[in-house]
Design a protein around this ligand. Structure first.
Ligand code: 8YV
Length: 319
């Protein structure tokens, strides 16, 4: 098939410019987000669409409704490793291939996990605000933080991002414990049979597990209570994994020491109750956002799309 006859529907503008440019240069592209009326636009162009370009970000994804409006859809290419916002069941029932971007973002996501852990422990952002507000002059020395060396870093979900995080935490002299559905005889870290047991042992509970229905609200009031008043929660996974209301309550009652969060239940909305707390570090879902990693992800998405359009096997297939 000539590449210009391959029709790609682009879900939203929240994709790297490099990817949009490549796709629009090579294929015939349709911009869903520019349609005044999504339903009418899909009614008109839906049957021509061969491929859907989207991302793993919760505001993007691919719902069953969208998939159903694309009767000749053959492939969904997603910019991101997590695919919980894509209806995989609906796609595979129709034989639609789904690709994601594993591997290339692990290092940067793990870097941000460590940055958040260090920030909330050593109160970096909070002390920055303190100094800028002139409080160093008016109130004197900033209060002490928490040492991370020698502490237990409890990783929930020891996949490739969790392993990269573990290596970094080891370099800071932390003890690595983990909770993972399958045993990992290949790693020298301490495995816990239950999440509660990990939370009880951990000084820092770091979430690196996939999102989706099976992990929704895994971190609930009971787990937060187990983490305890000296424990910190770090989330670089998905907002859906944490019961955000339970987290707010745990923070307000001093049940846990603090939290550092890159992801939220209703992104891009961040609850005021979290924003106003000094013991909460907030980043707006930036874990994979470095120039280098975004380029690598964009290129992998494009290579998947190109391979498929040329009748070759895709590189990183989910289903
Ligand atoms: C986002 C991510 O997808 O890879 C993931 O699962 O959460 C991120 O990398 C990012 O917003 C790219 O759109």
């Amino acid at each position: 098939m000539a590449l210009k006859q391959f029709n790609v529907l682009i879900k939203g503008p929240q994709l790297p410019q490099r990817l949009l440019d490549n796709v629009e240069a090579q294929f015939t592209a349709f911009r869903l987000w520019e349609a005044a009326d999504d339903a009418a636009y899909l009614q008109e162009i839906g049957p021509q669409i061969d491929a859907l370009l989207t991302s793993g970000n919760p505001v993007m994804g691919a719902s069953v409704d969208l998939i159903n409006r694309l009767p000749n859809l053959k492939i969904i290419c997603s910019n991101g490793v997590g695919y919980d916002s894509i209806d995989i069941k609906a796609a595979s029932a129709r034989g639609v291939i789904v690709t994601n971007t594993p591997g290339v973002l692990n290092a940067c996501v793990a870097d941000l996990g460590m940055a958040l852990l260090l920030d909330v422990a050593r109160r970096v952002s909070e002390s920055d605000r303190y100094a800028r507000a002139g409080k160093w002059l008016s109130h004197g020395r900033f209060p002490a933080g928490c040492k991370i060396g020698g502490k237990v870093c409890g990783i929930v979900g020891l996949g490739s991002i969790g392993l990269d995080l573990a290596r970094r935490a080891r370099a800071f002299d932390m003890d690595i414990h983990f909770y993972n559905p399958h045993s990992r005889p290949d790693v020298p870290y301490t495995r816990h049979e239950t999440l509660k047991s990990l939370a009880q042992q951990a000084d820092f509970l770091v979430l690196t597990l996939p999102g989706g229905a099976s992990t929704r609200h895994l971190i609930d009031a009971e787990i937060l209570q187990a983490l305890g008043p000296k424990g910190f929660l770090i989330n670089i996974a998905r907002g859906s994994v944490v019961d955000e209301q339970a987290l707010i309550q745990a923070l307000e009652s001093g049940q846990i020491a603090g939290a550092a969060l890159d992801v939220f239940e209703h992104e891009p909305a961040v609850p005021q109750a979290l924003q106003k707390r000094n013991n909460v570090v907030i980043t707006p879902h930036i874990a994979s956002s470095t120039e280098e990693t975004m380029r690598a992800m964009a290129d992998l998405v494009f290579e998947n799309l190109l391979a498929f359009a040329q009748g070759e096997p895709v590189l990183t297939r989910v289903v």
